[in-house]
Design a protein around this ligand. Sequence first.
Ligand code: SF4
Length: 337
Amino acid sequence: MTAPLLQITDLVKDFPVKSGILQRATGHVRAVAGVSLDVNKGETVGLVGESGCGKSTLGRMLVRLIEPSEGSIRFEDEDIAHLKGPELKAMRLRMQMIFQDPYSSLDPRSPVGNSVAEGLKIHGIGDSDERHERVMEMLDVVGLESYHAHRFPHEFSGGQRQRIGIARALIMRPKFVVADEPVSALDVSVQAQVLNLLKDLQKDLDLTLLFIAHNLAVVEHISDRVAVMYLGRIVEVTDRDSLYANPTHPYTQALLSSIPIPDPTVNRNRIVLQGDVPSPLDPPSGCRFHPRCPIAVEGVCDVEEPELLEVGDGKETHVAACHLRTGAHRHLDPAPR
Ligand code: SF4
């Protein structure tokens, strides 16, 4: 069996909390609290969770836009978690990021052709004619016309700007791409076009993709596997079909139940979670989900932190972190709803 392209082990990110006039660090907030995940070559992994669960922080750490506090990131069997200087710059050729809001990363005074070519220039790839040729080729790949290279960002629609964002990332011919909520800011009609484009490009260019979203409906179409994140931790991972047919963690079940079904004759029992995601500054004891979990068992869920363990549905790759679904307490009766 070939090694995964990307292996994340016990990854942690702490941000300092500062207060007072001197802005002294008085503590830290743990945005990512020990995440382990493998991503295989050529697959798309969907990473889903509510706002503030740490999924974007995780994505940014993977492409080394922010430095991990602890843990390792192995990419093509090399530990890249703490690379610096020229090694980090060289690694960035192989990993790229697509952002939710490409507008903010485009220079409003520069024609988009220049913005798309920027990475090539920074890395000294090709002469000006070769870079021009690659920009034209990439605009065509993402469904834009060559004359668009001379236009400015404000002249494009949201969907077109996201195509420019994709062109900027892919012109570097990366092996691994983190797409951070790339369709969240788009109209529903445009979302499908951008999702289809990403799916086609992933196949044509043999890309490996981590697709971050806050909605399970968005990742269903594009993912081979899905990881669900809650308050800095992964709570369930499995292949796409198992997750949508047999969600195991109560949080995954709640997320799935909130997806509208476009058929008025089908009745889905919606699980409405109480309260907001707790603050990562002071995460709950035991299972981090217990204050909102509809089946939490007192004395277990609020005391012991569950590990990611095999669900035992015949799929080795289906793991969940829930006492009542995996491990020694799995035969406990859920608390009555
Ligand atoms: Fe709910 Fe307990 Fe499972 Fe956590 S461990 S998800 S609180 S049942």
